[in-house]
Design a protein around this ligand. Structure first.
Ligand code: GLY
Length: 320
């Protein structure tokens, strides 16, 4: 008889955005499922939610079909600049919940920015580090640096070249039709720890130096005693609404799916923007919502196993 484990669960997203080219869908699904399997394997053997979300996001950062790590889209100057963050809510022996977070912004020479965000959380007294000094810290933390050009996939370079050659609106629309967002994961482990992680190459056409929500605790990532969240989509709108913090606050009164829908409908749609969010609560209930064309999610639950979905929009479309 299989050994039973306590409740643990994980939801991974591959970004909200366009449905994307048909010829990439099978490999994207494979990449999503691999990311979920890696996180689920950790949870099944009693590992931590933090290890699980880090493993899932690292897998997507290594996959060139996702906009994070290797395969990140390029900024207006043709370079990769990445943001990432982690947050954990850990039950303490005295019954309190310890909250810890770390994040990095405008990273150009680290293959897995989520690992650097975790190192900021675990090895510094800071919350957010940016640019070359954060990369020098990576070396000290034992995270290898690479050349900036090693992070540029052929797919990302082709898309950037095509964008540079475009001059009219129709072409911009065509580019957006291929765009996929940020990656992220949230998990609950058998010890009651909740964790969230988010990683991105940013949004199409971004200026060099622009930092998005994925580097900001409360905006692109959040976890507390009630739940954990990871966001994807239009970073400026997500920052303005502190989307993940607000969605977790709604968890106190709603199921994860309802909280996710309310957050997108009330906070993102009125800004005329598109975004998505995944949520988990202390019971291991997972939920997600988005108002883009599509959002790919992979889930694991100790009682239900693993699944994958290319989810249709289930929140209000952008207004205005
Ligand atoms: N949500 C990713 C970004 O805006 O950078």
């Amino acid at each position: 008889m299989a050994k039973s484990i306590g409740t643990c669960a994980l939801i991974v997203h591959g970004g909200a955005g366009a449905i994307g080219p048909a010829n990439e869908r099978a490999n994207r699904k494979r990449g999503m499922l691999e990311a979920v399997r890696r996180g689920a394997a950790i949870l099944r053997r009693g590992g931590s939610a933090l290890d699980a979300v880090t493993a899932s996001v690292t897998a997507l950062e290594d996959d060139p079909l996702f906009n994070a790590g290797y395969g990140s889209l390029l900024n207006s100057e043709g370079a990769v600049e990445m943001d990432a963050s982690v947050m954990v809510a850990r039950p303490q022996a005295d019954g309190r919940i310890g909250l810890h977070a770390g994040a990095v912004a405008a990273i150009t020479r680290v293959k897995n920015p989520v690992l650097l965000a975790r190192a900021v959380m675990e090895k510094t007294g800071h919350l957010l580090m940016a640019g070359p000094a954060a990369e020098r810290f990576a070396r000290k933390a034992g995270i290898p640096l690479c050349r900036a050009e090693d992070l540029i996939s052929e797919r990302a370079r082709e898309r950037w070249r095509a964008r540079m050659q475009r001059e009219n609106r129709a072409n911009l629309v065509a580019e957006r039709a291929q765009a996929h967002g940020t990656v992220g994961a949230v998990a609950l482990d058998v010890h009651g720890q909740l964790a969230a992680a988010t990683s991105t190459g940013g949004v199409p056409g971004k200026m060099a130096g622009r930092v998005g929500d994925s580097a900001l605790i409360g905006a692109g990532v959040y976890a507390d005693a009630v739940g954990a969240a990871s966001a994807t989509g239009h970073g400026e709108a997500i920052i303005m609404s502190a989307l993940c913090r607000e969605a977790v606050r709604l968890l106190g009164r709603s199921t994860p799916t309802r909280a996710a829908q309310l957050a997108i409908t009330r906070l993102i749609a009125p800004q005329g923007a598109e975004a998505g969010i995944v949520l988990i609560d202390t019971g291991g209930r997972i939920g997600y919502a988005h108002n883009a064309d599509s959002m790919e999610v992979g889930t694991f639950h100790s009682a239900k196993g693993i699944s994958h979905r290319r989810a249709a929009p289930n929140a209000a479309k952008p207004r205005g």
